[in-house]
Design a protein around this ligand. Structure first.
Ligand SMILES: [Zn+2]
Length: 279
């Protein structure tokens, strides 16, 4: 949209982002593990990259601005820009990061883990006949020997959109499953628990994230539901976190070979989603 502007004006815009990103970089270099670093990066970088004004030239200028700052914090952010950016932007960030590392700047401790192969472990979906409007899913993955995952809550009345995507830290998967059981028990509900095959789970999760993104679209969603359609549901994430954590989940599914084409809006909902009681 500002293709005619000289590069220096992007430079001015980008200058505003660099200090915040260096703060993120400090957090990234001190992160306990790769998953925590990814989460922090996803929540900050993904919404920024999705901004309407944030065009390719800016991504490039920003990466160059970070490289010019130097130091491990800047390098950590460049590594994440390479991961979460797309195409040429990702390549540019990666090239600049490699240059910094070659000149002796320390890479973040989690870099190797970040690039390790991902194995999908298990996908458990919880639902209840008395609550046909919602489901919860716990997705678990293993990377570099570390199990971790996501708790995803899906709202069937809103086209199966994910209204909660919460990373589950290494070692806490069992606890999360117990917590879900306890919540149902508190409500006097005996939930149905299904173990989904990875392909079905991948399609379901990609569809849930996509439906949620569709509802946030500036130019309107295919179904007319917007992000604030149901403020009483209590679990609607703000746009930026939703975008970031949705991207993190999609990234993990992709690494496990499970992020195919997103189904049509709402079509991932079992039984079509329109009427849970239809034959
Ligand atoms: Zn919808």
């Amino acid at each position: 949209m500002r293709a005619g502007q000289p590069r220096s004006e992007f430079g001015e815009l980008v200058k505003g982002f660099v200090p915040a990103l260096l703060t993120l970089g400090e957090h990234l270099t001190g992160a306990e593990d790769a998953f925590e670093a990814e989460r922090a990066a996803a929540e900050t970088l993904v919404p920024m990259l999705a901004l309407d004004d944030f065009r390719a030239e800016m991504a490039r200028s920003l990466a160059e601005g970070l490289a010019a700052e130097g130091g491990p914090a800047a390098l950590a952010v460049l590594r994440m820009l390479a991961e979460f950016g797309e195409g040429a932007d990702s390549d540019a960030a990666s090239g600049l990061a490699d240059g910094m590392a070659a000149s002796g700047v320390a890479d973040p401790p989690w870099l190797e883990t970040l690039r390790a192969p991902v194995e999908a472990l298990e996908f458990r979906r919880f639902s209840a006949a008395s609550e046909p409007e919602r489901a919860a899913l716990v997705a678990s993955f293993r990377r570099a020997g570390v199990d971790h995952g996501f708790l995803v809550a899906v709202d069937y009345l809103r086209c199966g959109a994910a209204d909660l995507v919460e990373p589950v830290r290494p070692g806490e998967l069992g606890e999360v499953v117990s917590l879900i059981g306890a919540r149902y028990a508190e409500a006097g509900i005996d939930p149905a628990e299904e173990v989904l095959d990875p392909e079905t789970a991948g399609r379901f999760l990609v569809g849930a994230v996509q439906a949620s993104l569709d509802h946030m679209a500036e130019d309107g969603s295919p179904c007319g539901i917007g992000p604030d359609a149901d403020p009483d549901s209590g679990a609607v994430l703000d746009r930026e976190r939703a975008r970031g954590l949705g991207a993190l989940l999609t990234r993990r599914l992709r690494a496990a070979g499970l992020a195919g084409e997103a189904p049509k809006h709402g079509e991932h909902v079992p039984g079509g989603g329109e009427s849970p009681n239809s034959p």
